[in-house]
Every structure is written in structure tokens, then in C-alpha cells.
Design a protein around this ligand. Structure first.
Ligand SMILES: [Zn+2]
Length: 332
């Protein structure tokens, strides 16, 4: 049993309170590799931003949960080494699908967990979330729950259709489950293909797909019912067109990849939305840099030669999100 406090990590409670009051959102970046971890920490330190480093089931399968936990511990020490006296880093389990996996993470130093019972019937979702909350709160670990279903594919989480969160259920759910924050469904979606071309319109000038707008009316109704309660948006990558273009220009094939426009995420950050999950954009930034580097330098075979520009490109993207989209810079 390791408590996250021994590792220098923090939970999300104070962080979210300040974010809701201050009208900004905390970045939640998924990580699987050392280069992603380094880029996240460098970006957070340089912009003086709190940050959530999150681990999905796919990340645990790929990199091993124990290794990722030690990497998060290393992230705290690395941030200090880079000159940040008091880093605010959360280690969060993304899409925990059982009590057992949440317990295992809590027992191994995670400071925050998500229990995703959104595919269960409503009462079962409450019961499962409540069970996780009761265990987590004994150790001052915070719990994110989910109500409503997002479409798209994210590691092993997938659904063909979305169901928007029903505002009338939100008070009942959060009160009875005791969750600390709630992921809602208002039209964001997992993965790099968030919408089919049929769901979008086409910009007549560029020919690019324009996705349907987020359901801000639902978000505002939820804010009115539960003032100040922390809301989370999943599936909120923007799928930057320049990265997609670079990938396609250097041998990739990502036709019609489309994400959530940054203006809409900027607007959401100013509301009760205090955590925004970004995963695909990091994958795209890494892949674009690697494809470009290898195409331009066919003789290179040392992974450091192409992982270095990949890390730089991810860092640039993380800084852009923190400063230009979420507004979490200068909050430490
Ligand atoms: Zn998600």
C-alpha cells in the first residue's frame, strides 16, 4: 500500500475548486511513454500549470501500471529539478471499469480515479460509483464518475452512439454516489475520428469538415442545477489539421480526421468544466514529427533522433493547450 501523498502527488479537490472559481480548466493528458511524460512535465513547469497525468486501461496494458506509477513519481521529482518548487501533479486512472481496478490503483499511489459506470443501468452506475467513493475517500483519493455515453473509440472504451447527459439526473446522481466530479456527454467524442462526414458540414473555402457544435444548453442547465460542481469533458482533442496534414504528407493516411474546435473548448473552460481530457492530439503530434523526421532523414535509426523532435512537438502542443485553450497557466 502506497499513498499518493508520499509520492508528492495531489488529488483534484483544491485544484478543481480553484479552476471553477477562476474560470479555467485543468489539462488531463494521457501518457504511455517516457517522452510523453517528459513533454507534459516540461510544459506544465514552463507555464506554471497544474496538470493531470492520466493512465487508461490501454496504457496499463502497454506500459505496465507499476511502471507508469513510478513514472508519475518521477514526474514530480523532475518538475522540482526543472525549478518548480511545488508542482501540482495528479495521477489519475482514466475509465476504470470495476471496483477492483480502482482499488488496485488507489492502493498503488494514484491520487484520483475514474469509475466509468456509464454503460450500466442508472441505479447500478450509482451503486458502483458509491462503492468506489467510499473506498477512495478513506485515503483522500478523489473520484470522477460518468453519466451519459460518449461516442467514439478510446483504447478499449467504445460506443457507436452517444447519449447526452440528462440534466435532471445530475443532482440525484452526484448526491447519492458522492462523486467528486462528473464526466458528462454534450457532444464530445473519443478518438481522432470524432464525427462521420455525414454528421459534419464542409467549409466551402477549405473543403474541411466542420463538426456539429457542443450542446452548451445542456452544460448550462447542469451548471444551474449544481452550481460550482466540477464537470469533466472527455474526448476533447481538436485533431489539429496541420498535424494531420503532416502525417498525410509523409506517407500517413488519415482522411477526414476531425476533432472539437478549440474555440468551443475555450468557452467550456470558462464554465464549470474544470478538467478537459486530451489524448489523440498528443498521438498526432508525436506521429507527425516522427513521420516527417524519418522521411527527411532516411539514414537515421537511433530512436533518440526521431523521438527528440516528437517530444518537442508534443511539448509545443501541450503548451498551446494550457495557454491558449484551457487558461491554466500561471496558476501555481
Ligand atoms: Zn474518455
Amino acid at each position: 500500500m502506497v499513498n499518493y501523498k508520499e509520492l508528492g502527488l495531489v488529488n483534484t479537490r483544491e485544484m478543481f475548486k480553484k479552476a471553477v472559481a477562476g474560470g479555467y480548466a485543468i489539462p488531463a493528458f494521457n501518457f504511455n511513454t517516457m517522452e510523453q511524460m517528459q513533454a507534459i512535465v516540461q510544459a506544465a513547469v514552463e507555464t506554471k500549470s497544474p496538470v493531470i497525468m492520466q493512465v487508461s486501461k490501454g496504457a496499463r496494458n502497454y506500459a505496465n501500471g507499476t511502471i507508469l506509477r513510478y513514472m508519475a513519481q518521477g514526474a514530480v521529482e523532475y518538475a522540482k529539478e526543472l525549478g518548480c518548487e511545488k508542482p501540482e501533479i495528479v495521477l489519475h486512472l482514466d475509465h476504470g471499469d470495476s471496483f477492483e481496478i480502482c482499488k488496485e490503483c488507489i492502493d498503488n499511489g494514484f491520487s484520483s480515479v475514474m469509475i466509468d459506470g456509464s454503460s450500466l443501468p442508472y441505479e447500478e452506475n450509482i451503486a458502483l460509483t458509491k462503492k468506489v467513493v467510499e473506498y477512495a475517500h478513506k485515503f483522500d483519493v478523489t473520484v470522477e464518475a460518468e453519466l451519459g455515453v460518449l461516442a467514439g473509440v478510446e483504447d478499449e472504451v467504445s460506443s457507436a452512439v452517444s447519449h447526452y447527459t440528462k440534466p435532471e439526473e445530475v443532482i440525484d446522481f452526484s448526491t447519492r454516489s458522492g462523486c467528486d466530479s462528473l464526466a458528462i456527454s454534450i457532444g464530445t467524442s473519443h478518438g481522432a475520428y470524432k464525427f462521420t462526414p455525414e454528421q459534419c458540414t464542409r467549409d466551402p473555402k477549405t473543403g474541411k469538415l466542420v463538426p456539429p457544435p457542443l450542446a452548451f444548453d445542456i452544460l448550462h442547465q447542469i451548471e444551474e442545477k449544481l452550481p460550482g460542481f466540477p464537470i469533466v469533458l472527455h474526448g476533447s482533442s481538436s485533431v489539429p489539421q496541420d498535424e494531420v496534414d503532416t502525417i498525410n504528407a509523409f506517407g500517413g493516411k488519415l482522411p477526414d480526421a476531425v476533432g472539437i474546435p478549440e474555440e468551443q473548448l475555450r468557452e467550456a473552460s470558462k464554465s464549470a468544466v474544470c478538467k478537459i481530457n486530451i489524448d489523440s492530439d498528443s498521438r498526432l503530434a508525436m506521429t507527425a514529427a516522427i513521420r516527417k523526421h524519418l522521411a527527411e532523414n532516411p539514414s537515421h535509426f537511433d530512436p533518440r533522433q526521431y523521438l527528440k523532435p516528437a517530444r518537442e512537438n508534443m511539448k509545443k502542443m501541450y503548451i498551446h493547450k494550457i495557454v491558449e485553450v484551457l487558461g491554466s497557466d500561471n496558476k501555481l
